[in-house]
Design a protein around this ligand. Structure first.
Ligand code: HEC
Length: 105
């Protein structure tokens, strides 16, 4: 009984994860615009920017997530993110990262 339940749960989770991921990317696209990341990083995320000439398109999603999160938390990007109202939440950063990672380099 216990085993059956956990198998059902596992199946359910993989399925909902798949649909979740697809809509995440669409949402990430909107969030990227909403937080005006493109003003510096380019509308297509391909504009080299900053002292390291970072190009966000096609970066590893975990990398984007960690770095963006660090900027938001350390407030070093505070100026950068000014005018956006609230800084992006962790969930929003994750969605932006997933979207950027799908872009061709
Ligand atoms: C006002 C300009 C500006 C805006 C807007 C901006 N950034 Fe940045 N971003 C920078 C600069 C400058 C750097 C280079 C890091 C540094 O020199 O501190 C950078 C670096 C990054 C990096 C690290 C790249 C690397 O390889 O090191 C990531 C990831 C990033 N930004 C994500 C974002 C996201 C996501 C948004 C939108 C929520 C955003 N940025 C909005 C200016 C901006």
């Amino acid at each position: 009984m216990y085993r059956k339940l956990s198998i059902a749960a596992a199946l359910f989770c993989t399925q909902s994860f798949a649909t979740y991921a697809a809509s995440d990317i669409a949402e990430g696209t909107l969030l990227y615009q909403q937080f005006r990341c493109g003003e510096c990083h380019g509308a297509d995320a391909k504009k080299p920017f900053g002292k390291y000439n970072a190009i966000l398109a096609g970066m590893n999603p975990d990398d984007i997530y960690m770095k963006t999160k660090r900027f938001v938390e350390s407030r070093s990007h505070e100026q950068v993110l000014q005018g956006c109202g609230e800084p992006p939440s962790h969930v929003q950063i994750k969605k932006i990262s997933d979207y950027l990672a799908t872009l061709p380099k």
